[in-house]
Design a protein around this ligand. Structure first.
Ligand code: NAD
Length: 373
């Protein structure tokens, strides 16, 4: 089989879907890999490294896609690229299934497209879980980004010139990104608090040395939120949460928000009133900016300073700020996923496999997402 790696087209996307390490493994399996020239430049992978690993390089996207039986991407292909795909090609990437409007075109070209965001959160899927590998990076990078805008130290320091207080960091949403943000902020010496709608996260926060802020919940609410993903909360819960958050936000120097609900706009957790009550010099990093943001004042894709001196950071694609490691982990996720279908012997798409069935959004001329119930 021919595996094609086009350069990413989305503005600011610095990652790439294959690395020399994954190319070598595909070549060792007896397959051919073609990479668009320059595809790895922003991820610290020069063309020569791909060539050394056994890939061929092609000068244009059209030339790459024309050869691809299997196409690996980080982001959805732009609409004009779909016509360049081979009919019946396999496409694997983060296809933004809840926002993507190109599935009918992909189906019309008989593409078998896999949206990696739809991978079930099961033990078998862990090594292919792109949300985990990338959100882990986002959580780490969010803390470092906060230190860039925060005009004070993170750790407590006792110096001859005086004592510096440690920063108080509040993490909202304790999934993969939130847990890594807690660990990173702790390593830098901050005092960390965190909150989540899923009661099971309390133990995880405490095991990392953070303090869990518990919004009082009825037994019914606790039961509804004992799964891996959060549910949208009632207005009454949101009111209770806002009151508690307002109290802790006033004391926080840095707030990192990561709260997401799959397929929905991110919940608003920080109102403009809360921001207005924060201290000058404090910082909000809104990792959920791309999904609409957790802070009412987030300007998606931008950084701005409020009148009371709070920096609100809504930059997109934090994993892209660590493009080399983000690409390396992402490429390994894709290779492991691809191994469910591709071996030395060839390619087989087994629709009985729950991981393949859950992620396959177009196949055999049909759009399969969202699945009809
Ligand atoms: P996510 O990115 O979907 O959401 C981030 C966090 O925001 C979640 O913890 C969620 O509960 C929280 N949240 C949502 N609404 C909120 C609100 N209104 N207020 C406060 N917090 C809110 O989450 P994720 O990082 O994808 O992780 C989701 C779960 O999946 C976690 O339990 C994680 O441990 C689990 N997981 C399992 C596997 C696996 O077994 N393969 C892999 C990765 C993650």
């Amino acid at each position: 089989m021919q595996i094609a790696i086009p350069a990413e087209r989305l503005a600011g996307e610095s990652r790439v879907a294959a690395t020399p390490e994954t190319v070598k493994k595909l070549v060792a399996m007896g397959h051919a890999v073609v990479v668009e020239a320059g595809a790895g430049n922003m991820a610290a992978v020069p063309d020569a490294a791909y060539a050394e690993a056994g890939a061929t390089l092609a000068a244009s996207r059209a030339a790459v896609l024309a050869q691809g039986d299997i196409v690996l991407t980080v982001r959805p292909l732009p609409e004009d690229a779909i016509a360049e795909l081979k009919e019946g090609a396999v496409l694997i990437g983060q296809l933004a299934p809840f926002q993507n409007t190109t599935f009918p075109q992909l189906a019309a070209r008989k593409v078998s497209a896999f949206a990696m965001e739809l991978l079930p959160r099961t033990t078998r899927a862990q090594s292919m879980d792109v949300l985990s590998s990338q959100n882990n990076i986002a959580g780490y990078r969010a803390v470092l980004l906060a230190t860039h805008y925060y005009p004070r130290f993170m750790p407590m320091l006792m110096t001859a010139a005086g004592t510096v207080k440690p920063a108080r960091v509040l993490i909202m949403g304790v999934g993969v990104a939130g847990l890594q943000a807690i660990a990173t902020a702790k390593r830098l010496g901050a005092v960390v608090e965190a909150t989540d709608v899923r009661p099971s996260t309390k133990e995880q926060v405490e095991s990392l040395g953070g303090k869990f802020i518990e919004v009082p919940m009825s037994e019914e609410e606790k039961k509804a939120n004992d799964g891996v993903y959060a549910k949208e909360m009632s207005d009454d819960y949101k009111r209770r949460q806002a009151e508690l958050v307002a109290k802790h936000a006033r004391q926080a120097d840095i707030i990192i928000t990561t709260a997401l609900i799959p397929g929905k706009k991110a919940p608003t957790l920080i109102s403009r009133e809360i921001v207005a009550a924060m201290k000058p010099g404090s910082v909000i990093i809104d990792i959920a900016a791309e999904a609409g943001g957790n802070c009412e004042l987030t300007v998606p894709g931008e950084v701005h300073r409020t009148d009371n001196g709070v920096s609100v950071v809504g930059l997109y694609n934090l994993p892209g700020l660590l493009a080399a490691d983000a690409s390396s982990l992402y490429a390994k996720n894709l290779l492991t996923f691809l191994s469910l279908m591709l071996s030395k012997e060839g390619f087989t798409l087994n629709l009985e496999d729950d991981l393949l069935a859950a992620t396959l959004v177009t196949h055999d001329g049909q759009v399969r997402f969202p699945a009809a119930n």
